[in-house]
Design a protein around this ligand. Structure first.
Ligand code: ASC
Length: 152
């Protein structure tokens, strides 16, 4: 019984340590995963945008809750851009993601940093601070899309 539990724990640890790309059985699964993470992030980012742009009233608690989600989601997509996931699903990911990996990594890290600042700014309850951080975060979304996302 004990030995069995140890094997189960060891197997879980191996799975957690495995390269992220190995966590997706098929390229299609990785594509679906990263698109889902980016979609959830965009939804919550958009809810902050609605307040920043005055389309809905500013509510500091709602902004902070949404910004925390954005900051967490921002960490997730990148592990799903592993080798071989450039094709195999319906994707607008450009080949440059895999040929300019250092730049792509830099851009993804920029988003993680800016969205973390967004979450911190949202917690201050100051709308101007939120606007500034929102603009910087949106700028990092756009820079990456301009370089690495095929136009529709
Ligand atoms: C969003 C969203 C993006 C960014 C980008 C900013 O709300 O879904 O991808 O902002 O449009 O330029």
């Amino acid at each position: 019984m004990k030995a069995f539990a140890c094997i189960a724990v060891a197997a879980t640890m191996v799975a957690m340590a495995a390269p992220a790309s190995a966590q997706f059985a098929k390229p299609e699964d990785a594509i679906k995963y990263r698109q889902s993470a980016l979609s959830v992030m965009g939804t919550h980012f958009g809810r902050i945008g609605a307040m920043v742009n005055g389309r809905v009233p500013y509510d500091a608690k709602v902004a902070a809750d949404n910004a925390d989600i954005v900051a967490e989601m921002a960490k997730l997509p990148w592990a799903a851009f592993g080798p071989g996931t450039d094709k195999g699903g319906n994707t607008r990911a450009k080949p440059e993601i895999w040929t300019e990996q250092a730049k792509f990594k830099e851009y993804s890290e920029k988003l993680v940093a800016e969205s973390s600042k967004l979450a911190a700014a949202a917690k201050t309850g100051n709308l101007d601070a939120l606007k500034t951080a929102f603009g910087a975060t949106a700028g990092s979304c756009k820079a990456c899309h301009d370089a690495f996302q095929a136009k529709l």
